[in-house]
Design a protein around this ligand. Sequence first.
Ligand code: FEO
Length: 168
Amino acid sequence: MLSEKMVSKLNDQIGVEFFSSNIYLQMSAWCDSQGLENCASFFREHATEEMTHMHKIFDYMCEKGAMPVIGELAKPKDNYATIHDVFEEAYEHEKFVTSTINDLVSVAYEEKDWATFNYLQWFVAEQVEEEALFGKVLDKIKLIGTGGESLYFIDQEIGTLVGAEAEA
Ligand code: FEO
């Protein structure tokens, strides 16, 4: 059985993952509006992945006999100056998600909830991948630059990542 505190923290994480999905879906729309089709596909794919994270926590709570409660979600930002800003924000957001996962793990530890502690290790590992992915993309964008024709090359480069996570 999950403690009240654990349930509350897991519900918060459902909100974080749901919001992450909306952020990336909105980023996808912005990329599409700029003609960056591969970037749009990349973020669309990532939005779906965040929903699977949300479902993972949702299903775990149900399995443990607790009722997940979906809270209010903030409106994601819908305008960006450059594609670099989009990925910079995505990277910063992933660092925030890592902090919320770490916080959850700490609560599981404090509550001596070893089942949840163990379950959360998947998310700990996933966040290492997520931060590495966005960090790598940002490094590439910095190398290519964001002026003129570079947008085409950035979009081509991001295209190599579309579908990669699904295959991994
Ligand atoms: Fe579910 Fe990108 O963290």
